[in-house]
Design a protein around this ligand. Structure first.
Ligand code: GLN
Length: 192
């Protein structure tokens, strides 16, 4: 049975755990969803989810635990949401440790600070999705080969590059499991 790890260093880990479990149940996929904290635990997973939280803190802990090295060496698939999107990028407007797995320029807190957080329906995968944006980043530029999945005006809010998927919003805070289902089905290819 494949394992999907929710990186349990900081942020809204529990919400991702619940949403991923719900998606797996709905899809009737034989996958084990578990929280992971160490490089050794990460190495046993086919996919990893990096939650929203503080990208500076999560990034520092990822490096300290050498989790970035395992992800890169084993080419583990990653879904990064909000802070996770920042961490997947190659460039931000802030000095911080990054995984650099998606070639994109990201602006942290691109939509403004906490009080400017908002909810907006976005278009993704030929449908609508309730986007929750909390001190959300956006990508202003992406490299060749990076697929843009959703935008708000000129701001890129969801992308995919190979087996890495990033959203500026928080799919784990909604009842809609579409993003998690996409990660499990299309990125991890683990639907029988
Ligand atoms: N702005 C935060 C960061 O860059 C992300 C906020 C969030 O994950 N809700 O870490």
């Amino acid at each position: 049975m494949i394992k999907i790890g929710i990186l349990d260093l900081q942020g809204d880990v529990y919400e991702h755990l619940k949403t991923t479990q719900k998606a797996v149940k709905k899809m009737d996929t034989p996958a084990q969803i578990l929280k992971v904290k160490t490089a050794s635990e990460v190495s046993k997973c086919k996919g990893i989810i990096i939650s929203g939280g503080e990208s500076t803190v999560i990034g520092k802990l990822i490096k300290e635990e050498s989790i970035d090295q395992v992800i890169k060496k084993q080419k583990i698939a990653v879904l990064g949401t909000c802070a996770g999107m920042v961490l997947l990028s190659t460039k931000t407007d802030y000095e911080q440790p990054l995984l650099g797995l998606i070639d994109m320029q990201v602006k942290r807190n691109g939509f403004g600070r906490q009080r400017l957080s908002f909810q907006k329906e976005i278009e993704i995968f030929d449908g609508k999705f309730p986007g929750i944006f909390i001190r959300a980043p956006y990508a202003s530029e992406v490299g060749n080969g990076v697929k843009i999945l959703a935008k708000i005006k000129d701001k890129i809010v969801a992308v995919q590059d190979g087996n890495c998927l990033a959203t500026a919003f928080h799919p784990e805070l909604t009842q809609d499991t579409k993003i998690h289902e996409y990660f499990i089905k299309e990125v991890l290819n683990c639907v029988e």
